[in-house]
Design a protein around this ligand. Structure first.
Ligand code: ADP
Ligand code: MG
Length: 339
């Protein structure tokens, strides 16, 4: 008899896991921005070089990490956000898998600088391919800066698969916009190759939407505000006259997390019934708040799909709410006499 099974070393396991979590620079951006938000940041900077292929850096003014935690955060399944499986059904943070930093550190050069509020000095750790290469005590301000350099440096196949800078930047901006829309009170800065792309000041939702999508958006927005015993819905839909040929500005947030849902999209489109020209898509920014225990977020590594306990009821309420709001704003139907 000969035994042939071995446990994979951590750095190999991390690299495999990274394949799921990190598809492209935009995936890193999403994870780092979400960590900054979970850390309670009020101001977040995102600095990019070459569409994130050379550098992705996120600087926050959140709670920072202790020296021990700064080391531990790169271990797989290392998280401060849940303690046991039960917590999965009552999540109030974006993160919980404890996988992102371990995955990122397995496939890039990472520099982490962090300091907690009450500490005199902070910690600087450099790590490459899951191996810590240096650790120093440094003076720095409260919060965390994570710089991710040379993504996929050790996976040439992945690196070669990346699209043009224009396309990768588009993906990053999509992630950035989703996070910025979910958190209008937080200020965000985005620089790409030393040019300022966004400078979003702390504001309310309407102003944040306008800051991102331009002043013309303001007159298009119909407010939505409904509270029932199983959910609240807030946000805006754009008036039907501004519906687009291209599926563009369609955003659902559930408990401040951007999600994709063909089902809920259908409910909204359905509410516009008769008001849209065929083949056009309404813009919307809809924020659903439901009890954390009524959703399951742990069905996909990137967490953009979630399961609802009571999907049918949500559909009905969403449809009715949007319909009612459109009616209140007295939007004239687009009449198509050729049909
Ligand atoms: P998760 O977010 O699922 O917990 P991550 O790998 O993204 O897993 O992060 C691991 C841990 O590192 C977090 O639980 C948190 O304690 C800490 N951490 C990561 N980023 C930050 C940050 N920007 N500020 C403070 N702590 C952070
Ligand atoms: Mg995280």
């Amino acid at each position: 008899m000969s035994d042939i099974i071995q446990l994979l070393p951590d750095h190999v396991a991390n690299q495999i896991a990274a394949g799921e979590v990190v598809q492209r620079p935009a995936s890193v951006v999403k994870e780092l921005l979400e960590n900054a938000i979970d850390a309670g940041a009020t101001s977040i900077k995102l600095l990019l070089k070459d569409a994130g292929k050379t550098l992705i850096q996120v600087i926050d003014d959140g709670k920072g990490m202790s020296t021990t935690d700064a080391r531990l955060c790169f271990e797989r399944h290392a998280t401060s956000k849940i303690r046991d499986a039960q917590d999965l059904f009552n999540l109030n943070t974006k993160g919980f898998r404890g996988e992102a930093l371990a995955s990122i550190a397995a496939i890039a050069h990472v520099e982490l600088k962090t300091k907690q509020e009450n500490e005199e000095l902070g910690t600087l750790i450099k790590i490459e391919g899951s191996k810590v290469t240096s650790q120093e005590v440094v003076s720095t301000s409260k919060g965390t800066s994570i710089a991710v350099k040379n993504l996929f440096y050790n996976i040439p196949a992945r690196r070669n698969f990346l699209k043009s800078d224009t396309i990768e930047t588009r993906h990053i901006i999509d992630e950035f916009q989703r996070v910025a829309l979910a958190h209008p009170a937080i200020s965000f800065l985005l620089h790409h190759n030393d040019n300022e792309v966004y400078h979003l000041k702390s504001s309310n939702l309407r102003k944040r939407i306008v800051a991102i999508f331009g002043g013309k958006m303001n007159e298009k927005l119909v407010p939505i505000d409904e509270q029932t015993d199983i959910l609240s819905i807030k946000g805006f839909v754009a008036k039907p006259a501004f519906a687009k040929r291209k599926r563009g500005e369609q955003f659902f947030f559930v408990n401040d997390r951007f999600i994709k849902s063909a089902y809920l999209n259908h409910a909204v489109v359905n509410a516009f019934d008769g008001l849209l020209e065929s083949g056009s898509h309404p813009s919307y920014f809809l924020y659903l708040t439901v009890p954390a225990s009524s959703i399951d977020i742990n069905i996909h590594p990137t967490k953009t799909e979630i399961k609802f306990d009571n999907e049918k009821a949500l559909y009905a309420i969403l449809r009715a709410t949007v319909k009612h709001s459109l009616g209140q704003y007295n939007v004239a139907p687009v009449l198509d006499f050729n049909r």
